[in-house]
Design a protein around this ligand. Structure first.
Ligand SMILES: [Fe+2]
Length: 428
């Protein structure tokens, strides 16, 4: 039987990458930055894709059964449009920059992908956090595990958790834009003078040199954290919905002055800020992990999403969290989405072979996980403080602000194949 090849692609935001599977096994995976020497390169990963095809013995694009893309552009565009409409006329500068790119390129990914690869076959799209979740669970050594994905934002989701069993998984709950732990951390990355989506590890590395003197300010003014790890960001201090920066003047006032200029001297203030946001990030991740454990009853946890690159927080989850075992996707950022989306259609062949997993299970198991529907996260108190009365409870586009929501939870593979049906109707 001819080998079954699937190419996964992540592109156009940051950390573009390609990954090739042959009969469910990873043949090769690479980030485009390794070839172009541009850190975090967001362009279509053409060289990475060529490398993958070459690694499989020089196969052609026409040999691919599928090409998968790691998120759904139309859903993402919906979120961007709704945000612009929600904050208009503020945000026009941002829309003027992003709009043409969407019209010219991002909304017509079929055309772009086919042209770049010289590919004429089937294209599949997964939701962003489904790709992260697949990349976390399928390569893991666990037969069953809880899955937690946390990042800046995908289409609407900024975090998700669920359960994986055998060759399937289901995402049960999500947090939604604009309440995002990744964006919160990136805001402080920007404010301490580092590049967003790139210098977050520097903030984590700077933290041990500081004192957590701003933790109280962050909890009081910036983020309202609930016991279950869900949270609401006070948009009074952020600019990412409306402007071209992450934070605004009100944010600067809280921390005693303007953001640090990139490459300027680091002061004790930046070290204390870094320590403070690191403490908050770890606290939220631990709360999320405890919630996921309580809701799923699993002993194992798989992590992915950009925030899962925060190894200090991961260490605390391992040491202080409720899970017995932890597995973190090494490419937890968006590059790993190329692997995740490639694994989704591979179905029963997508699990990595391990000595612990029997071949019978690899061949036969296809569990469709159904857990009882969850209620949305409570709006109770957290961190000892009542819900701030001046903060909005609902976004203009509806929905409870910042709470876990099960509205989009569904089987990963079911959603994936539903995507194929949607494709037939020219939808994504
Ligand atoms: Fe992501």
């Amino acid at each position: 039987m001819a080998p079954h090849y699937i190419l996964g692609v992540s592109a156009f935001y940051h950390d573009s990458a390609a990954c090739l599977l042959r009969d469910g096994e990873i043949v090769a995976a690479a980030q485009e930055e390794r070839f172009t020497r541009k850190k975090g390169d967001a362009s279509f990963p053409l060289q990475a894709a060529r490398y993958c095809l070459q690694a499989a013995g020089g196969i052609a694009a026409s040999d691919l059964a599928f090409v998968g893309f790691y998120d759904k552009p139309l859903l993402k565009f919906e979120r961007i449009l709704e945000t612009y409409l929600g904050v208009a006329p503020r945000g026009f500068a941002q829309f003027r920059m992003a709009g043409p790119l969407w019209m010219k390129e991002k909304l017509f990914l079929d055309r772009e992908i086919r042209r770049a690869l010289g590919y004429d076959g089937e294209l599949l799209y997964a939701e962003h956090h489904e790709s992260h979740a697949a990349s976390a669970f399928f390569p893991s050594p666990f037969e069953e595990a809880a899955i937690l994905t946390v990042d800046g934002v995908g289409e609407w989701a900024t975090a998700a958790y669920g359960v994986g069993r055998g060759n399937d998984f289901e995402l049960l709950q999500e947090l939604h834009w604009p309440d995002s732990l990744g964006l919160l951390y990136s805001a402080f990355t920007y404010f301490t003078g580092f590049k967003v989506n790139s210098g977050e590890y520097k903030v984590m590395g700077l933290a041990p040199y500081g004192e957590p003197k701003y933790v109280d300010v962050i909890y009081r003014e910036i983020v309202h954290v609930r016991e279950d790890g869900s949270f609401t960001l006070n948009q009074k201090y952020f600019e990412y919905l409306t402007g071209l920066t992450m934070t605004n003047g009100a944010f600067a006032e809280l921390f005693g002055g303007p953001p640090r200029m990139p490459e300027s001297k680091l002061t004790q203030r930046e070290m204390d800020i870094a320590k403070s946001i690191q403490v908050v990030c770890e606290d939220i991740m631990l709360r999320m992990a405890r919630t996921v454990h309580r809701e799923t009853g699993m002993d194992n946890l798989c992590l992915a999403g950009g925030v899962a690159l925060n190894c200090v927080a991961n260490g605390r989850i391992l040491r202080e969290g409720p899970f017995k075992r932890l597995w973190i996707q090494p490419a937890a950022g968006d590059a790993g989405g190329a692997l995740g989306v490639a694994q989704l259609p591979a179905g029963t062949r997508c699990r990595a072979p391990t000595s612990a997993r029997s071949s019978r299970r690899r061949k036969l198991r296809h569990t469709s996980i159904r857990l009882a529907p969850r209620t949305s996260g409570s709006m109770g108190t957290a961190c000892g403080s009542a819900w701030p009365s001046c903060w909005p409870r609902r976004r203009w586009w509806g929905g409870l602000t910042g709470a876990w929501s099960s509205g989009r939870g569904r089987s990963g593979r079911a959603a994936f194949w539903a995507t194929r049906a949607a494709r037939a109707c020219r939808l994504r």
